[in-house]
Design a binder for this molecule. Structure first.
Ligand SMILES: [Zn+2]
Length: 444
């Protein structure tokens, strides 16, 4: 891979010392090899970062690429209605081609907005398409097939326990470690109510034996929690932990409604929480007590969730919202800008097992980076880099993005894919999908 010199930017290292300054960054063979002022160009290709910030790519720890096609088609509904009336029928109607189109649409959006890695939950069928799109698109990911074996589950998605597990293992054997380790497998039981206790225990056992991740939803909604308590005799986090779903390789999306015992369990096990503030607001789910969780030693990173409940896969929105959301409750000093930025980068990298080589601009780290224009008019003229980025910058400012040192967005343009072809294919595939779902009226 060619040598690159990112030249003339304001580097926000996000290292332990919080160093920043006007540095060049040399990238070779997918890694950052040198950071310093006025580095010689030599044989390197120069990537212009003048007037821009250089920072780690964002890591979004809760995404549903399979739902990107359904953006704007499930707005202003309660969570369980949102699932039953729109999301489940639409996911069940996916063909391999429509799922591929949905994944490509999401990956393109994520890259253009500075996200370089995700934790993705697929749908029940055709999951190989998501992996192929990730391999082709260049994004880093922990991804997995959605598992739904509860016998009362929705038509078209409900599946036998053993085949759900067998298909997940087959996908893991095929894709875990693909694209030079850029792709990892994460078992994705949808949430506790869509899975049998047997499946959850098997997922925990297989994930542990194979060194794989687990990604699920938990404690998003009070109705969900009441049903779990009635069925399992305990609250979500403790019921999941009893199944073995806990620990640093487990990512739980949301975790809004927790009691003290659940918080103790999350902290003791080192289980990862993915905070999705826009989704939580739009579905009226509640406000996650992120400062409280962090103060108790619970690991929290950020994610956009799916396009139908957000409706943008945009870490800039999530950082800003995560910061603002806490202030009416706890005062304006809660969740400062630099903490929001760390959650969007370093914490996400830690959640996907890359705390040692992603999430910082540091020599020896992988070159998953973004270069973001610091607009003097829209985000200036002064202020700390963290403030400018978290409170005043939008994703349109993302100039260049690279993963493993490969430039995937250059001067705001995708380098591997044609943007208009992705949009055209998505539009065509959506039509077929809503027709198959019996929801054609959504496009009228
Ligand atoms: Zn979700």
């Amino acid at each position: 891979m060619s040598e690159l010199l990112i030249r003339g930017g304001s580097v926000l290292t996000l290292d332990d010392e919080g160093r920043q300054g006007r540095f060049d960054v040399r990238v070779d063979s997918g890694h950052i090899v040198e950071i310093g002022p006025d580095l010689p160009v030599g044989q390197a290709r120069v990537l212009d970062a003048s007037g821009a910030a250089v920072l780690p790519g964002f890591v979004q720890t809760h995404i549903h690429l399979c739902q990107t096609l359904f953006r704007n088609l499930a707005d202003d509904l309660l969570l369980l209605d949102w699932l039953r009336e729109r999301i489940w029928p639409l996911e069940a109607a996916h063909s391999a081609a429509s799922l591929r189109a949905s994944a490509e649409l999401g990956i393109a959006e994520l890259l253009l907005g500075g996200t370089t890695a995700i934790v993705d939950m697929g749908t029940v069928h055709h999951t190989a398409e998501v992996f192929e799109a990730l391999i082709d698109g260049g994004l880093r990911a922990v991804a997995g097939k959605c598992m739904m074996d509860d016998p009362t589950g929705p038509d078209g998605l409900r599946e036998p326990t053993e085949s759900s597990i067998a298909e997940s293992i087959a996908l893991a054997e095929r894709y875990d470690g693909a694209a030079n380790g850029r792709i990892r497998y994460g078992f994705a039981p949808r949430f506790i109510l869509s899975c049998t206790p047997h499946l959850l225990r098997e997922v925990a056992r297989e994930a542990s034996a194979r060194g794989l991740f687990i990604h699920t939803h938990s404690s998003e909604n009070t109705e969900e929690i009441a049903i779990v308590e009635r069925l399992a005799g305990k609250r979500n986090i403790l019921a999941l932990a009893d199944s073995g779903i806990r620990g640093p390789h487990t990512v739980l999306a949301h975790c809004i409604h927790l009691d003290a015992a659940e918080r103790q369990e999350l902290a003791a096990a080192g289980t990862r929480v993915s905070h999705c503030p826009s989704s939580n607001l739009k579905l009226g789910s509640g406000v996650c007590d992120v400062p409280g969780l962090l103060s108790e030693g619970i690991h929290v990173s950020l994610g956009a969730d799916g396009a139908p409940c957000n409706n943008r896969l945009d870490m800039w929105t999530e950082m800003r919202t995560a910061a603002l959301l806490q202030k009416p409750r706890l005062g304006p000093t809660a969740m400062p800008a630099d903490l929001a930025l760390r959650m969007a980068t370093r914490h996400g990298a830690e959640a996907i097992g890359h705390g040692h080589d992603l999430g910082q601009v540091a020599a020896g780290f992988r070159a998953d980076l973004q270069v973001v224009t610091l607009d003097d008019l829209l985000a200036g003229p002064h202020g700390s880099l963290a403030s400018r980025l978290v409170y005043a910058t939008e994703r349109a400012a993302v100039r260049h993005v690279m993963v493993d040192g490969e430039v995937l967005v250059e001067d705001h343009r995708l380098t591997r894919w044609d943007r208009s072809a992705i949009a055209t294919r998505a539009s065509a595939e959506l039509r077929g999908c809503v027709d198959r779902a019996g929801l054609s009226h959504l496009l009228s």
